[in-house]
Design a protein around this ligand. Structure first.
Ligand SMILES: *Cc1c(COP(=O)(O)O)cnc(C)c1O
Length: 379
C-alpha cells in the first residue's frame, strides 16, 4: 500500500545528515530540531502556532483538553473514520455524537451535523478523510451560528488546500479553532516512528496547550493544570525537517497517480471513482484540494468482497477503510443511535476499497492494478 523504502532512498542523504545532527548533539528531547521543524511547519501552513506532540491521537485529545471541554459535553464527529477520533472523545468522558457522511466525498455531512446539535453540543470534529477537507464553508457557518468549536482532525490531509465559496484559500488544519495531525510513517508527511502536532491561530490556546503537552507545566515544576507527557522527539523532528520541503512534490505525485487511476476507472458501471469537492474527480490538472492519503473506490453490485479476495490472490495490495461504522463498534454502541440515521456509512462500509497510494507508484504498477481490477469487475 505504501513504499517507504523507495521514498527514503530518494532523500537518504538529507535524512541521514539530519539524524546525525541529533546524535551528535545528544539533545534527544526538545532539541533544536523540534523548534526548527515547528517554525518551518508554521511557515508552510501559514498558521500562527504549531505545537508538536507524540502522535495524532494525543494531538486530538490535547485539542479537546485545551479548549476546556467538560464531561457530558457533546462532540459531533463522523461515523465513517478511524477510531482514534471517537476514542479520545470517550476517554475524556465527553459524549461522542456520531453522524453520517456524504456519499461523494466520504466526509461528514453538514446536514447531519445540524440535526445532531443540542444545547449540550460544544464542538464539531470534522475529519478531513482520505486527503480532502470536509465541507468547511457549511461547518464554519453552523459553528458560528451555534457557538461551537471546530476541531479539525487533519491526520490525513496535510498539505491540502480548501477553497471557500468566496474564493479564499486556506490550508487544511488552519481553518477551525484548532487542528490535529499525525506523522505516523504512512501518513502524507510521515516520520520514522510516532509523531503528531496541533495547529492553531489562537495565541492563548497555543499557550495553554504548550503547557498541557508537558505535564501542565508553564514554569519548571509548577503544575498549573493537569497535562500529559506528549512530545515529538528530536530524531523524528529531524526526519520531518528533511521531508517537509518535499511535501508538495509528494502530494503532487499522489494526485498524479490518482488521476491515472480515475482515468482508467471513470466510465466503468461497477466503479465510482473518488470525487473531489470541486467535482473534478481528481482529474483536474490544477486541483490542489485533495492530497489522496487514500485512493478509495466504491465497488457496486455486491462485488467488493470478491474483488478484495481476487486482489489478495493476485498479490495486489488493497485495504478496506473502514469495514465497520463506528456506531456499530462494540466500544461505541449506544442506544441513542438509530440505524436510519446512517444510510451512507452503512452502505460505504460494504463498497469501499482503497488501492496502493504513495509517492513511488510508477505507470507500470498503475496499469497492472487498474487492468486487474477492470478485468475482474467486467467478468
Ligand atoms: C492516523 C489517524 C489518527 C491518529 O494518528 P496516530 O498518530 O496514529 O495516533 C487520527 N485520526 C485519523 C483520521 C487518522 O487517520
Amino acid at each position: 500500500m505504501v513504499d517507504l523504502k523507495g521514498q527514503y532512498e530518494g532523500i537518504k542523504n538529507n535524512v541521514d545528515v539530519s539524524i546525525a545532527e541529533v546524535l551528535d548533539s545528544s539533545a534527544f528531547i526538545n532539541g533544536p530540531q523540534v523548534h526548527a521543524f515547528q517554525n518551518e511547519l508554521e511557515a508552510y501552513l501559514n498558521v500562527e502556532h504549531v505545537i508538536p506532540c507524540a502522535n495524532g491521537t494525543d494531538a486530538l485529545q490535547i485539542c479537546m483538553m485545551g479548549l476546556g471541554l467538560q464531561p457530558g459535553d457533546e462532540v459531533i464527529t463522523a461515523d465513517f473514520t478511524f477510531a482514534a477520533t471517537v476514542e479520545v472523545i470517550a476517554l475524556l468522558n465527553l459524549t461522542p455524537v456520531l453522524v453520517d457522511v456524504e456519499p461523494d466525498t466520504f466526509n461528514i455531512d453538514p446536514k447531519a451535523i445540524e440535526k445532531a446539535i443540542t444545547p449540550k453540543t460544544k464542538a464539531i470534529v470534522p475529519v478531513h478523510l482520505f486527503g480532502q477537507c470536509a465541507n468547511m464553508d457549511a461547518i464554519i457557518e453552523l459553528a458560528d451560528k451555534h457557538g461551537l468549536y471546530v476541531i479539525e482532525d487533519n491526520a490525513q490531509a496535510i498539505g491540502a488546500t480548501h477553497t471557500f465559496k468566496d474564493g479564499k484559500k486556506q490550508k487544511a488544519g488552519t481553518i477551525g479553532h484548532v487542528a490535529s495531525t499525525s506523522f505516523f510513517p504512512s501518513k502524507n508527511l510521515g516520520c520514522y516512528g510516532d509523531g503528531g502536532a496541533i495547529f492553531t491561530n489562537d495565541g492563548d490556546l497555543a499557550h495553554t496547550i504548550r503547557g498541557m503537552v508537558n505535564h501542565g507545566m508553564y514554569k519548571r515544576y509548577h503544575h498549573d493544570v493537569i497535562g500529559v507527557n506528549s512530545r515529538l522527539d528530536s530524531i523524528q523532528a529531524a526526519v520531518l525537517r528533511a521531508k517537509l520541503p518535499n511535501l508538495d512534490v509528494y502530494n503532487e505525485k499522489r494526485r498524479n497517480a490518482a488521476r491515472k487511476y480515475s482515468m482508467a476507472f471513470k466510465d466503468n458501471p461497477d466503479i465510482i471513482v473518488p470525487k473531489t469537492v470541486n467535482g473534478c474527480n481528481g482529474i483536474c490538472d490544477t486541483c490542489d484540494c485533495h492530497v489522496f492519503h487514500q485512493y478509495t473506490l466504491r465497488i457496486l453490485n455486491g462485488k467488493r468482497d470478491d474483488l478484495v479476495q481476487h486482489l489478495n490472490d493476485q498479490n495486489v495490495p488493497c485495504g478496506v477503510y473502514y469495514p465497520i461504522p463506528l456506531h456499530k463498534q462494540k466500544a461505541y454502541v449506544d442506544d441513542r443511535y438509530n440505524e436510519a440515521d446512517f444510510p451512507i456509512t452503512n452502505q460505504l462500509v460494504k463498497e469501499v476499497i482503497s488501492l496502493p497510494m504513495h509517492t513511488e507508484l510508477d505507470d507500470e504498477q498503475i496499469e497492472f492494478i487498474t487492468k486487474t481490477i477492470i478485468d475482474f469487475v467486467n467478468n
